[in-house]
Design a protein around this ligand. Sequence first.
Ligand SMILES: *Cc1c(COP(=O)(O)O)cnc(C)c1O
Length: 397
Amino acid sequence: MLRKNRLFTPGPTPLLPAAQTAMAAFTAHHRTADFRALFQRVLADMKEFVGTQNDVLVMACSGTGAMEAAVSNLTSPGDKVLVLTAGKFGERWTGLTKAFGCNVEVLSAPYGETFSLDEIRERVTREIRVVFVQATESSTGVRHDVQGIAKIVRACGDDTLLVVDAITGLGTTRLDVDEWGVDFIIGGSQKALMIPPGLGYCAVSDRAWQRMETTKSPRFYFDLRKERKAAAKGETASTPATSLFAALGAALEFIRGMGNGDLRKGREVLVDNAELCAEMTRAGVQSLGLKLFASSPAAALTAIHSPDGMDSGRIIREFREAFDAVVANGQGEMKGKLFRIAHIGYYDYLDTIGILGALEHVLARVTGTPVEFGAAVRAAQEVYARAAAGKGQLVSA
Ligand SMILES: *Cc1c(COP(=O)(O)O)cnc(C)c1O
């Protein structure tokens, strides 16, 4: 059969066609009125996408660049910081804060699980200068309780900052950045925003801007104070990724369209879309006897145990060979033990039904045992039917 190459990976995610066209057509130099207009419109829209009054900065880097900016701008060598980690991306916070000479305390949860808020409450003291966490841990598919964690950090006073890597959280999870008091929240272009990799972004609170006045870690490219000053003039400190800004502008228009002209509403629709695709997927895979890896599953992706000790690489290979569908393996020690199907960004009902239909064939092939065709699809259909009955038209874009 003809096969279309499709990404089901939690970043990079499928590209929005309108964003690809906008990118290909964009030629303006960055020190021009045309680019400044685009830049200022995108930054204003990004505040609505993130859902914050705080300053949003968009930089030419991967998501990890924005994570590094959080560490280099908000800490000094020797600062006591607390890293909450439950997977490969949590471990990235540990590596980054150690690289910048922080005095790092680590509170970890096993892969596939999230933290106990009581344990966090015990560890968050006024001596902790910054708490680092993920909104959703993409390596395990787990959702962390950002609201609960923020409540604990804020109760500690203004001397402790909260930094959230929401690279797969934004656009898939309800996050009330300002109400909860998140000081620094991070996203990346290749996730819910449906455009290629290359932009990292962050929203920075007043408390975080104040902290930057006294911190002493080395920084140059990621000196956010410099970037903020340039942004006030409609510019970036060095050459911006101009064509990615054009793509981002188109993506934000698309999201606004999903909200009938209201970008915030569009973001809610995008979140609901991911939630529903994830719920359909969870119902589908469980109906085939597969087990979920995450105890509190995120909407960005679903992580699934490989059956009976089988190397999940075989499942991933079969998806690719039979259907040209790219599904993600586990990372690090989880490689071979699980596979991950994404719902973040540009996925819809048909994508979700399609990947579940494909999974039925993949499973039959790799296990060599019969699968009741239609079982996963039926379970997903029932979830969809219930949601559609409750809400009418689900996604109108
Ligand atoms: C994708 C991802 C990252 C890394 O982003 P890069 O763009 O690869 O640097 C970090 N954290 C989470 C939670 C992610 O999903």
